[in-house]
Design a protein around this ligand. Structure first.
Ligand code: FAD
Length: 468
């Protein structure tokens, strides 16, 4: 990339005025390295706008002088799209206002730099629920979650960010403001621009605020870990759980024995959730609007599942501490693998009905390619989203194993594609997967995306290295 000229940067600084930007290396530094240390970038300038108007002025100056921009929220993205490599970095950390709280509309309007946790808390304060929960929710921002169309464990019931946004405000690549902060459930007036911006990974503009869709607060919640013999049984249990509870499944998370063992081995304060050691476990959580209803539904569901031979063991959380302990073994699945060395990670989705076949075929193919490799599959069964991770055979050299990743991942992704799946279920493409995604998108789709992008951003200044 051609670095912006000194004159162009001077014009940009002038547009924001003193205090609206920084060149201080100590202040910028932490924003240049991805949280796992996987990418380390560089930028000539960090922009720190305090309002939508300041974002608009900054983007207009960038458009006028063809200065490329990377927008960054909490920096927790997993595909490197938030790290600049020579682009100007626009941070949303000062866009922090909670603008409108509207219980009668079941809606909450917040600025882009508000964290997911803060949005959840603002909803809880009016006895409502913003149900997008991620392990990174204390840092991840609304702008980042919108732009990466984030998912998480509640998607089975509430959908992804795409389903949780009623309206958006954004600065488009020419510096014009899209004022779309509607609170409407119905608005059939042609193209839905907000949906184009959701999941655009910062390529179509800077999201400055969002109106979020709220749900009723839960009056009861019940959580269990169950043992199962096969992923097929998990899929059948999920179907029964959804049917029997009228859609009250809050989470349905699959874990393989090896993943659980690594958590128990490496993560302090964790323990076996069950008395037995089944090959697979599911963490199932139900929620309901009436006190006691979720507990009763969970007991009935598990009793029926035992009778049908779907589950082999079960433990129901008796209190909040036990519930937290169950969730901990699920949430630490990635951390549990870390001490075993680097692995081939895949965030894939397939139709729910095909999860079991996919797992069987992919694992057989991986083991033919890398005998002795250890496969830990875990994730959101309700969305068909499996985090399919391959760890090296115990005595293999880590560097040699990682050198085989491109070929190994290609095997997994080709199988995903044959199952009509996606090679990125919830993390986006970013710098990591844009090239790989080209292989699986049709030329017509890539061309349409490029045409939309060129129409809105003819000089490709918005996150230029990301997407097509
Ligand atoms: C421990 C952990 C667990 C996670 N679990 C999940 C999970 O379960 N599901 C899931 O989907 N993700 C998960 N993530 C990924 C990540 O947290 C989410 O994608 C999150 O929504 C990113 O928000 P952020 O503010 O950190 O965005 P950033 O990392 O700052 O940015 C992400 C992308 O959005 C763009 N962007 C950010 N803000 C804006 C804006 N205002 N306007 C335009 N573009 C913008 C960036 O340019 C970048 O391309 C996890 C991450 C961690 C560290």
């Amino acid at each position: 990339m051609i670095p912006p000229s000194a004159a162009a940067l001077a014009a940009l600084k002038h547009a924001l005025g003193p205090g609206g930007w920084t060149e201080d290396a100590a202040e910028i530094g932490p924003s240049l390295t991805e949280w796992r240390g996987r990418w380390s970038g560089a930028t000539p300038l960090m922009l720190l706008p305090r309002s939508t108007d300041e974002v608009a002025r900054a983007v207009r100056a960038c458009a006028d002088h063809r200065i490329p921009i990377v927008t960054q929220g909490g920096g927790t993205g997993l595909v490197g799209g938030q790290i600049p490599f020579g682009e100007v970095l626009l941070s949303t950390r000062r866009l922090r206002a909670i603008r409108v709280v509207s219980p009668l509309d079941d809606a909450l309007t917040v600025e882009a730099g508000v964290t997911l946790l803060e949005a959840q808390q603002a909803a809880a304060a009016i006895d409502r629920r913003f149900p997008l929960g991620l392990a990174s929710e204390g840092t991840a921002t609304i702008g980042g979650a919108v732009s990466s169309n984030a998912g998480g464990t509640g998607v089975v019931r509430y959908g992804m960010m795409r389903d949780l946004v009623l309206g958006l405000e954004a600065v488009l690549p020419n510096g014009e403001v899209f004022h779309g902060l509607k609170r409407l459930r119905k608005d059939n007036t042609g193209y839905d621009l907000k949906q184009l911006l959701i999941g655009a990974e910062g390529t179509l503009g800077v999201v400055t605020a969002a109106t979020l869709k709220l749900h009723p607060a839960l009056r009861s919640r019940a959580t269990a870990v169950v043992g199962i013999d096969t992923p097929e049984a998990a899929v059948e249990l999920l179907a029964r759980a959804k049917a029997e509870t009228g859609g009250g499944v809050e989470a349905f998370e699959l874990m393989k024995r090896i993943g659980l063992e690594l958590v128990l081995k490496h993560i302090p304060d964790t323990r076996e959730p069950l008395d037995s050691t089944p090959p697979w476990c599911v963490l199932v959580e139900l929620g309901a609007g009436q006190p006691g209803a979720a507990e009763a539904a969970l007991e009935a569901l598990l009793a029926d599942a035992f009778e049908r031979g779907l589950i082999t063991d079960a433990a129901i959380a008796q209190n909040e501490a036990q519930r937290a302990a169950f969730w901990k073994v699920r949430e630490e699945q990635s951390a549990g693998q870390k001490p075993e060395g680097p692995g081939w990670k895949h965030d894939v989705s397939v139709p729910v009905s095909r999860i079991a076949h996919f797992l069987e075929e992919a694992t057989a193919a991986v083991l033919r390619f890398e005998p002795g490799a250890r496969v830990s599959a875990f994730g959101h069964v309700g969305d068909g989203n499996i985090h399919y991770d391959v760890m090296r055979p115990p005595h293999a050299d880590p560097a040699a194993f990682m050198a085989r990743q491109p070929e190994g991942s290609r095997i997994v992704h080709d199988i995903v594609a044959r199952y009509d799946g996606s090679i990125s279920a919830e993390h986006g493409l970013g710098r990591l997967k844009t090239d790989e995604a080209r292989r699986y998108k049709s030329p017509a789709e890539v061309a349409a995306v490029q045409a939309i992008r060129a129409a809105l951003d003819p000089n490709r200044i918005m996150n230029p290295a990301v997407l097509f």
